[in-house]
Write a protein that binds this ligand. Sequence first.
Ligand SMILES: Cc1ncc(COP(=O)(O)O)c(C=O)c1O
Ligand SMILES: [Zn+2]
Length: 407
Amino acid sequence: MGYLDHLECTRCGGRYAPGELHNLCPACGKVLFARYDLERVRDEVSRDALAGREATMWRYREVMPVVDPKNIVTLGEGMTPLLPLEAIGRKLGLRHVFVKDEGLNPTGSFKARGLSAAVSKAKELGVRTASMPSAGNAGSAAAAYCARAGLDLYLVMPSDVPHVNQAEVATYGAQTYLIHGLIHDAGRSLRGQGKAKGWFDMSTLKEPYRVEGKKTMGYELAEQFHWSLPDVIIYPTGGGTGIVGMWKAFEEMETLGWIGSRRPRMVIVQAAGCAPMVRAHRNGRDEAEPWQHAQTIAAGLRVPEAIGDYLILQAVRASGGASYSVTDEEILADMRELAQAEGVFPCPEGAATYGALKAMVREAQVAPDDRVVLFNTGAGLKYVDLINPTLPTFDPATPPAALGGRV
Ligand SMILES: Cc1ncc(COP(=O)(O)O)c(C=O)c1O
Ligand SMILES: [Zn+2]
């Protein structure tokens, strides 16, 4: 522990002390990154030493921001399975398709990683009360980790956020309000009150540590691929913290000498009804215009504007990546297709990555031997509201023909 060196602005390069609470860069209003003494980590920690450590994201503790291990707030997040998708691969003519199944995290989504890191660091820095807007799963994770840390949490979420997220935050006891609006409206509604009351704003990328949790997906991929990286990563992008985090992880690991300079192509996928990053990428822009009238069943992708837009676009471009959008109809069909072909019940955001892969195959953007990783960012079980199963029912005395009954 204790390798965190300073915070650095991703735009103006300003440096700040890590022992104080920070949100965005005070000088320019952009995103701050945690920077570590990687030379010292390189000298003191070998990647082979990781093998015997706990199967959580805290196995990468030297590149995590918590200084005193007693401040770590964990529910066992991270080290999720990397599963080969052989049936899907055969169908698409690809030999190496994988899913990183983030649905197995505590609270059923990858948001656990970011919130474990942010709540741990907030606890270390003496925060008592935090606040956050959420599209759903981040709220659930924040509520769980704040409960475990003994922090008070104020949440604002869209009023039509999935029922399961409402049930989770209510059960974990977060002070939650539902707004007739979207996540950016929720964020605005908290700003004035939060400042006045001294609540710590845990909005993604507006505090420097959620991205540190998300970056561990990049460390895990490298470790699970035996310290090489896949050729293509397809990631469902809302606020983009995962893609920004993984890109940061790759740079750190290269400095540590754990991987070489080769990078995966970073492919973002958004919903056709809310695709600000795809539009910006395809128009060659460095920043994204807010999306009007955002609408999609993939609640986590209903993010009309992202503070880290420039970082997402940088990663996609620097990696020679691509961007795709998929319709809600494709998402629903692909949820079933993945579940039936592979036994993986994806969240709609995860199913969107499969839709993007199919588009890449149609456009010959992926080669048969490419190693492709789809990110299933959450458990399909969290989205049963979207599924209307119509199953045949019968009385014991009159079994249906398929079960041996009379026709
Ligand atoms: C299941 C799921 N996938 C993807 C996303 C988008 O994640 P990010 O904001 O890191 O881009 C979210 C965000 O709420 C989500 O809940
Ligand atoms: Zn700055």
